[in-house]
Design a protein around this ligand. Structure first.
Ligand code: AP5
Length: 210
């Protein structure tokens, strides 16, 4: 299956995508994660996008589309994938439709209040990228990753000012994609409020494994 995960920042797209990747054996392609890796490794892409991402703005369509086109051409994405965080603008969606047909755009339905709680408590492993939440999904040992014992940190774009800006950007540039995929009859809404175990169960009922 070829999925797009749509929804506001902090809706739980990355968390569910990690579970879907395992169950359905398809790659999880997160544009945000590709950019964060480039920043960590100080590549030319990373240097170009760091300030944009830290402020909560969007990277340009040209850069993002080229990057996704190249990633989807890899053999592991031929049979299926989860695109997490792409497309994020109408021009990105139109460009994507020129090189791949997706099966479903899964829209994560959640309030701004819940998003702010999720983002302000998020902790991420410096080494392996595993996500935690200080209250909802705490690691066994404070600030230490359960998987690799790496140190946990707070993303720069999870600071209050950047969260507010990301929500504004989401509303003006990304939310119109809900109508876009609805018109194409590809939109599936998912209630993103329950605990993660419940969400993956609902997801698997909507998209049974073959
Ligand atoms: P990106 O990394 O895509 O950020 P985002 O869309 O803002 O999404 P997040 O990673 O913040 O949230 P999420 O929905 O994955 O939630 P998560 O599962 O982590 O992009 C970052 C930046 O890169 C953008 O701002 C932009 O600058 C740039 N960028 C990326 N793609 C781009 C594009 N296409 N075009 C242009 N620029 C682009 O969960 C959040 C927290 O909640 C975690 O702590 C988690 O533990 C907790 N949680 C998750 N699920 C639950 C649950 N069910 N119950 C309780 N807590 C939960």
């Amino acid at each position: 299956m070829k999925f797009i995960f749509l929804g506001p920042p902090g809706a739980g797209k990355g968390t569910l995508a990690a579970q879907v990747m395992e169950k359905y054996n398809i790659p999880h392609i997160s544009t945000g994660e590709i950019f964060r890796t480039a920043i960590r490794e100080k590549t030319s892409l990373g240097l170009k996008v760091q300030a944009i991402i830290d402020s909560g703005a969007l990277v340009s369509d040209d850069i993002t589309i080229a990057l996704v086109k190249e990633r989807l051409a890899q053999p592991d994405a031929a049979e299926g994938f989860i695109l997490d965080g792409f497309p994020r603008t109408i021009p990105q969606a139109e460009a994507l439709a020129e090189f791949v047909q997706v099966d479903a755009a899964v829209n994560f339905d959640i309030s701004d209040e819940e998003v702010v709680k999720r983002l302000s408590g998020r902790r991420v492993c410096k080494k392996c990228g595993q996500n935690y939440h200080a209250e909802f999904m705490p690691p066994k040992k404070s600030d230490v990753c359960d998987m690799c014992a790496g140190e946990l940190f707070i993303r720069d774009d999870d600071k209050q000012e950047a969260i507010t800006h990301r929500l504004e950007v989401y509303r003006s540039q990304t939310a119109p994609l809900i109508g876009y995929y609805d018109t194409l009859k590809k939109l599936i809404n998912i209630d993103a409020r329950p605990a993660t175990g419940e969400i993956i169960e609902s997801f698997m009922k909507l998209f049974p494994l073959k």
